[in-house]
Design a protein around this ligand. Structure first.
Ligand code: NI
Length: 257
């Protein structure tokens, strides 16, 4: 059985309330050896920490999602900072900008994003970047805030090669999820092909963004196997090579030994 690393999942989502244990078992049966669960607001940070404490193969990332930026208070940032010393917390995220859902004003999103990059540099943790329709501003803020000092992951990357190149230059890993399995996903496939193999990561973002042939249905960590298949096909490597490389990259990125 090859060991896969799902670097971005939300197993604590209420969508798994009826079958969370079975979902985790299915992931293990599919060869998923490690996962990073993402807690991104007041509700999901505690449930993420609880999962990481329950399972030795689940690690945690904690941060404040751009969609919820407007809700973040100074004490929340202090809370995230304290959690960074938890032995299972490996990153700050997901953080970034989301111009698709218009729930938090851009200025507020920028402020919350900058504050969390500064925190990451202070506590020396990598960051996991959520970027929806905001490529230019995400890159600009990462550059201005010297995010290259900590690096991290461009999660479920959907941008152009030009954007990917700028993120690679700052030391970031580029992570691909379900959308790269879609037949018509020309740009993501092209970008994946060009990403240096030592900077490639795979993920599910479950329960969202299901790969083909589950598009539109609930996603789960076991399906990272389909993303590995797509990455193998695009790069011309074997699935086993992709598994080994992305496992190594993920461990390095998150400092997991
Ligand atoms: Ni996510």
């Amino acid at each position: 059985m090859i060991g896969l690393f799902d670097t971005h999942t939300h197993l604590d989502s209420t969508k798994f309330d009826d079958d969370r244990t079975e979902t985790i078992e299915r992931a293990r049966a599919a060869g998923v050896e490690l996962m990073v669960n993402i807690g991104f607001n007041r509700e999901t940070i505690p449930t993420t920490i609880a999962l990481a404490e329950q399972y030795d193969f689940i690690y945690a990332a904690v941060g404040w999602h751009p969609v919820d930026s407007i809700e973040m208070k100074p004490e929340d940032l202090d809370w995230i900072e304290r959690l960074c010393s938890h032995e299972k917390v490996v990153a700050i995220g997901e953080i970034g900008l989301d111009y698709h859902w218009d729930t938090s004003p851009k200025e507020v999103q920028h402020h919350v994003f900058r504050e969390q990059i500064r925190l990451a540099r202070k506590v020396n943790k990598p960051i996991i970047i959520h970027n929806r329709d905001a490529h230019e501003d995400v890159v600009k803020i990462l550059q201005e805030e010297q995010a290259s000092e900590v690096g991290g992951v461009m999660h479920c990357f959907s941008g152009s090669w030009e954007t990917a190149k700028k993120c690679l230059d700052m030391g970031f890993y580029i992570s691909f999820g379900g959308p790269v399995t879609f037949k018509n996903a020309r740009v993501p496939k092209e970008v994946l092909e060009r990403v240096p193999i030592d900077r490639l990561l795979i993920e599910t973002d479950s329960p969202y963004l299901s790969p083909h042939p589950f598009r539109g249905k609930r996603n789960e960590s076991a399906y990272v196997s389909y993303v590995a298949d797509a990455a193998a096909e695009i790069t011309g490597k074997s699935k086993e090579e992709i598994a080994i490389i992305t496992m190594e990259n993920g461990k390095k990125c998150f400092g997991i030994v």
